[in-house]
Design a protein around this ligand. Structure first.
Ligand code: NAD
Length: 434
């Protein structure tokens, strides 16, 4: 099929590469000229395992091309995926200006009927809004499908190639058949393609992310309770996760969830519900808990240093919002850095892949970035583990101890064993473990 993906970020580029891998002809379009130039030069603008080789292979065999020209992109494709950002507006609702700007251009340049697919995460009613925005520009028929994306950064290629399910929102049976054919390459093991109406598909994405965020805030609240009653959240986690109705995933306590999806999607669904005069009480609490959780280590650090950390130096290991990505949107590290900085502390940091992103965000003005995670410890008054990258899990503890001014570790992801840390002579603080 002749496909276009408008918006070549984390979702658009992965979707475009995977569709090309399955044999389709794909144009990945973006309005960011420098991004497209880099892609044409063979440079992948984001860190995503496996993406580079897949892009390279499909560019070479002519299946994948890049463009900044929306007119040419619309004219040369039959199915157009919209994968632009939907960041939170000031009031928390999803900002649809990028999506609607793309819709307008599609309407202006289409010369024959098209299928337009919303891949961006968009609130209920957006498929209808996109259709209206297109039909305002043209009388030619357009079908607008809601096809939310569930990939995870860091495992995006696998998630796209082998999805648990594909959700397709359309009321048109012919369009449903076309979408099934397009996705058939990815569900050969029998995972379902769920055809539903547009509004249900749109809500499915928000409900899914909201439930995952709820699990995280729930276990974080339990961990904070463990801290007060003297229980060990690691034992509680195993105790509840072994119940097959609950399961082990998404119940790891830590310094809160971040990233480009959970925080904004929880805010947006709360906002949508408010518009229907139906406040979402559970999700409002989920968000509140998470805001506080990002700062949960700060009182522990302050207590250890008798409430004065001014002039002290701290080392942060991990800046990205989770391992295997360079994405720092809404990352807990940014809140922790700000809290330490405001109290007069100095910060040294390391991240395996997100340091360029930290520079791009201007964080290098208040953080000294180190290429080596042990160098980042030199002269520091404490290590704070913020992102559970694999390479931080089994570090050389002797090296850590000898580099630090004081052997103290604040573990924001509970990656180390408290007893072992104490045996090795560390003062060790984590979340919800005695
Ligand atoms: P991103 O910021 O990485 O990429 C968006 C791209 O769209 C940018 O490159 C931007 O330049 C481009 N763009 C904006 N306006 C444009 C226009 N008018 N024409 C062409 N290009 C334009 O965003 P992302 O993380 O890929 O997210 C995209 C959407 O997918 C969001 O709605 C997000 O919620 C959703 N989503 C993201 C993930 C994820 O893990 N990142 C997962 C599932 C769903």
């Amino acid at each position: 099929m002749k496909l276009a993906v408008i918006g070549s970020g984390y979702v658009g580029l992965v979707a475009g590469a995977c569709f090309a891998e399955a044999g389709n002809n794909v144009i990945c379009m973006d309005k960011d000229e420098s991004k497209i130039k880099r892609l044409r030069d063979g440079i992948i603008p984001i860190y995503e395992p496996g993406l580079e080789t897949m892009v390279e292979r499909n560019v070479k065999n002519g299946k994948l091309t890049f463009s900044t020209d929306i007119k040419e992109t619309v004219e040369n494709s039959d199915i157009i995926f919209v994968a632009v950002g939907t960041p939170p507006d000031e009031d928390g609702s999803a900002d649809l200006s990028y999506v609607l700007a793309v819709a307008k251009s599609i309407g202006q340049y289409m010369k024959k009927p098209k299928i337009v697919v919303n891949k961006s995460t968009v609130p209920v009613g957006t498929a209808q809004k996109v259709k209206e925005a297109i039909q305002k520009e043209t009388d030619i028929d357009v079908e607008v499908v809601s096809n939310p994306e569930f990939l995870k950064e860091g495992a995006a290629i696998d998630d796209f190639m082998y999805p648990d399910r594909v959700v397709v929102g359309t009321s048109n049976p012919d369009v449903a058949e076309t979408m099934k054919e397009l996705y058939s390459a990815f569900v050969r093991t029998g995972n379902p393609i769920l055809i539903m109406d547009e509004v249900s598909a749109e809500l499915t994405k928000y409900a899914s992310n909201s439930l995952l965020a709820t699990k995280i805030s729930f276990i974080n609240e339990m961990a904070n309770l463990c801290d007060r009653v003297g229980a060990d959240v690691e034992k509680v986690r195993k105790g509840i996760g072994s119940d097959s109705r609950i399961g082990y995933s998404f119940i790891f306590p830590g310094v809160g969830y971040g990233g480009s999806c959970f925080p904004k999607d929880v805010k947006a669904i709360i906002r949508t519900a408010n518009e229907y005069d139906f406040p979402l009480r559970v999700l409002t609490a989920v968000e509140d808990v998470n805001e506080d959780q990002k700062k949960v280590l700060i009182p522990k650090i302050l207590k250890y240093y008798d409430n004065d950390i001014s002039g002290k130096t701290f080392t942060i290991w991990g800046l990205s919002f989770k391992p295997k990505t360079d994405d720092m949107r809404e990352a807990s590290s940014r809140v922790i850095v700000q809290e330490l900085h405001e109290r007069g502390a100095k910060i040294q940091a390391h991240d395996p892949v997100a340091m360029d992103e930290a520079r791009r965000l201007g964080l290098d003005k208040i953080i000294t970035l180190h290429e080596d995670n042990y160098d980042a410890l030199k002269g520091s008054d404490g290590l704070i583990v913020v992102t559970e990258w694999l390479e931080y899990r089994e570090p050389d503890f002797e090296k850590i101890k000898s580099a630090l001014n004081r052997p103290v570790v604040f573990d924001g992801r509970n990656v180390y064993n408290p007893q072992k840390m104490r045996d090795m002579g560390f003062d060790y603080f984590c979340i919800g473990r005695p």
